[in-house]
Ligand binder design. Structure first.
Ligand SMILES: Cc1cc2nc3c(=O)[nH]c(=O)nc-3n(C[C@H](O)[C@H](O)[C@H](O)COP(=O)(O)OP(=O)(O)OC[C@H]3O[C@@H](n4cnc5c(N)ncnc54)[C@H](O)[C@@H]3O)c2cc1C
Length: 436
């Protein structure tokens, strides 16, 4: 039986991994049979499958279906210590990182090899106060907050008798027309027109308006003009109002203001604003950058060399969303391939491999996005397609990447049930009764 002090006083090489997302988890998995001591620290207790967060937010999937306790994931790795803690400081001279516990006290872990894979947070482009009104979509807390706001908006409309009073409650604004914004906007319309359409007597939920805003010219721009146009058409067919080339300049509890391309300002009255527009590296990445005297790009990412190390620090890897390397996008596949690569690098160093270190090479496996029921888009190199087949491919990819068979089967069951019965089982929400 291991004790914490044995872990702390190990004489084996110490690998410290910060962040139990795709990159951190794949790095640790690669160290399975390596004679070292691994400490994996995450501010949360679970590994989260972010690509399906919006389905949790719209009542289709539960929190448990898109997350897995890190402790469970590594229970058969006797040399892996899993800890909950938020990295807050680093001393690169003594090679120690300070973490805060959820109750506020701190602890320290040393390292011989450090892997930082702490991911991104939502960015409000310098308007951090927007977060109070417009939650983002990065964590389980965010998804549950969004879920509560969506379902409570319909409830708040139901008990109002005048059309004018109901209008802002039945108007939803989604900011950001990347995959998450598109998926969320489509899901709210589906929810309103199918799942809850028959459940209310005072209001007609299908009258709910969903506005999707972005400063760029089209939704899903990263998928190229053809698929982007397809997505725009599918969203319009679904009843989503697209406002492209429209920058959100201000928002409050009662609505938001957007500036159109020609400079005119328009206000939309809405009680529900959801923000998916930008990302920025979590704050520890800035702490790390200043401790090492390296710069960050506009999104807070740190540039890494061909081994995914910080230049001049072959003992520190920066992975996944927070690494800046050859313009690679912040997607799951980049994160997991970088984690796998770094784990293998650490393994080679610990085992004294004499083989020359190979540079990291990303293998593009394409990308897919869900637009609405039976409609998706898929892009793989020069191959592009949309519609039902793309929707099936999207589903298969997501099921494959869920962490266990239990997650895969239960997610598939929820999807099939929802398709067959027009229902969503996960509609409970937190907080609404807490303060009363
Ligand atoms: C809503 C949404 C939908 C997405 N959809 C897709 C998709 O369809 N396809 C796709 O390829 N990609 C998608 N992505 C992107 C993909 O999820 C990310 O690229 C991937 O999760 C990045 O992995 P990572 O390990 O770098 O970071 P993350 O998965 O974000 O993991 C970072 C971990 O670090 C922890 N952490 C943060 N700060 C600290 C700290 N100070 N101390 C300790 N731990 C810390 C966090 O709790 C988290 O567990 C989506 C992302 C989101 C948010």
């Amino acid at each position: 039986m291991r004790t914490v002090s044995q872990m702390e006083n190990t004489t084996k090489p110490r690998v410290l991994v910060i962040g139990g997302g795709f990159a951190g988890v794949f790095a640790v998995r690669r160290l399975k049979r390596v004679d070292c001591h691994v400490t994996l620290v995450d501010r949360s207790t679970t590994n989260l499958f972010q690509p399906l967060l919006y389905q949790c937010a719209t009542g289709l999937l539960s929190e448990g279906q898109i997350s897995q306790p890190l402790r469970t994931m590594f229970k058969n790795y006797p040399h892996v210590e899993v800890l909950q803690g938020k990295a807050i400081d680093i001393d690169v001279e003594t090679r120690e990182v300070t973490f805060s516990r959820s109750e506020g006290s701190t602890f320290v872990r040393g390292y011989d090899y450090l892997i930082v894979a702490a991911g991104m947070r939502q960015s409000y482009f310098g308007n951090d106060h927007f977060a109070e009104v417009a939650p983002g979509m990065k964590t389980l807390d965010d998804a549950l907050d969004v879920r509560r706001r969506i379902f409570e908006a319909f409830e708040n409309a139901e008990s109002r008798s005048s059309v004018e009073d109901r209008h802002p409650w039945l108007t939803f604004a989604v900011v950001g027309a990347g995959p998450t914004g598109v998926e969320l906007a489509g899901q709210i319309r589906e929810l309103a027109t199918k799942t809850i359409a028959e459940e209310f007597h005072g209001i007609d939920p299908s009258e709910a308006r969903v506005h999707l805003f972005d400063g760029v010219s089209a939704p899903l721009l990263a998928f190229g003009p053809k698929l982007s146009a397809k997505a725009a058409k599918n969203l319009s067919d679904l009843g989503v109002d697209l406002h492209m080339n429209a920058k959100v300049t201000d928002l409050d509890q009662d609505g938001l203001e957007v500036q159109h391309e020609d400079g005119t300002i328009e206000r939309f009255e809405t009680k529900t604003i959801l923000w998916t527009a930008g990302v920025r590296a979590v704050s520890f990445v800035s702490t790390l950058a200043s401790a090492l005297g390296v710069t960050q790009d506009r999104a807070g990412r740190i540039e890494v060399d061909e081994h995914l190390n910080i230049p001049g620090h072959p003992e520190i890897w920066v992975l996944g969303d927070i690494m800046s390397y050859q313009g690679l996008p912040g997607v799951a596949e980049v994160a997991l391939q970088s984690g796998f690569y770094a784990g293998r690098q650490v393994r080679g160093l610990i085992e004294g491999s004499t083989k020359p270190r190979k540079a990291f090479r990303y293998h593009d496996v394409g990308s897919a996005a869900y637009i609405s029921r039976y409609r998706g888009v898929v892009k793989f190199k020069s191959i592009e397609f949309s519609g039902f087949l793309a929707w099936l491919v999207w589903g298969a990819i997501h099921l494959t990447f869920l962490s266990t068979a239990r997650h895969r089967f239960s997610t598939m069951a929820s999807w099939l049930f929802s398709l067959a019965r027009e229902s969503r089982a996960e509609r409970a929400s937190l907080r609404s009764t807490r303060k009363r």
